[in-house]
Ligand binder design. Sequence first.
Ligand code: M6R
Length: 364
Amino acid sequence: EKAGHKHFMAKEIAEQPTVISEALAYYLANDGAGIILPDPGIDFSAFDRITMVACGTAFYACYTAKYWFEQVARIPVEIDVASEFRYREPPVSANTLAIFVSQSGETADTLAALRYMKGKAKTILSVVNVAESSIARESDMALPILAGVEVGVASTKAFSCQLTVLALLALEAACARGEMSADTLATRLSELRTLPGLLTRALDLDETLNAVSNELSEAKDVLFLGRGMMFPLALEGALKLKEISYIHAEGYASGELKHGPIALIDSHTPVIVFAPHDALFDKTVSNMQEVMARGGKVLLVSDKKGLEVAREGVWQTVQMPEVPDLFAPILYAIPAQLIAYHTAVAKGTDVDQPRNLAKSVTVE
Ligand code: M6R
């Protein structure tokens, strides 16, 4: 049942190229030039804002999608964790699209937040793995992420499939709102179709990440840094590491370092930096140099171009394949997951069933 893997988590990490191809095949037209949503579709030009609500890893998928929707579709997106949203009882403007993201579709807080939005938001959309779940049933439209059964408590393939579906929605929204031409859409979709191949190459870094993780397993605290779309991934990397290895970890927007967390830096605190060579690369590198100047041990996850200019003084480097900027979070999820996995294995924790946690949190 674990298909030769030691843990379900390892199997589920390895399945990502396959499940993402399947999700793309499901949502892309045969000619590859368009996105197909279930009837009656979603008219993104009818909304003036999007509110996205979820918990845990699903919330970080929403956080990433906020960058996508705002950047490519120019629509404002509010995000919140469901446990805060439901009791905050925020005012909801009539032309709101509410999106709820949940692997299980049964998370109590997310369901309560969805019920709060009924009759307030114009449309309630859910992005779920379990198609018959309560959250799916109570939505106006439910989009499956098609990750297949996820057994490990730590969400891995559900996260990357959530990101894939949300990326498609952002592209659909961009076209509907006149922010993207059909030609650009075709380019973006062909970029998306390269992802399974890139993910397979990233999975080849397993041995490198295993070696690094042996050392990480000695740490008491680990910081994860990223900018732009790599910021939510830093949060996700930290969550993944803490939930299965029990090592204290925090994710920060790298520009926030000097507003507090840089005080934590010493030679015992590894700092993991996600920095593809994109428009924000130089900014992230300058934050990384501030860390190194204070004796911090940096693990830099970047690509060939990035490492050529920024490897000096870095403790460990991980060279990722180059990836179109927009879709980097989906690819960089792989090292985030593998670092957590191997660190937990090195520590000997119960990787698939970490202490105190349940796969589906059906009580608040
Ligand atoms: O089933 P859901 O996606 O609604 O679950 C949300 C969170 O409980 C879940 O993502 C949790 O944070 C994971 N254990 C993270 O790996």
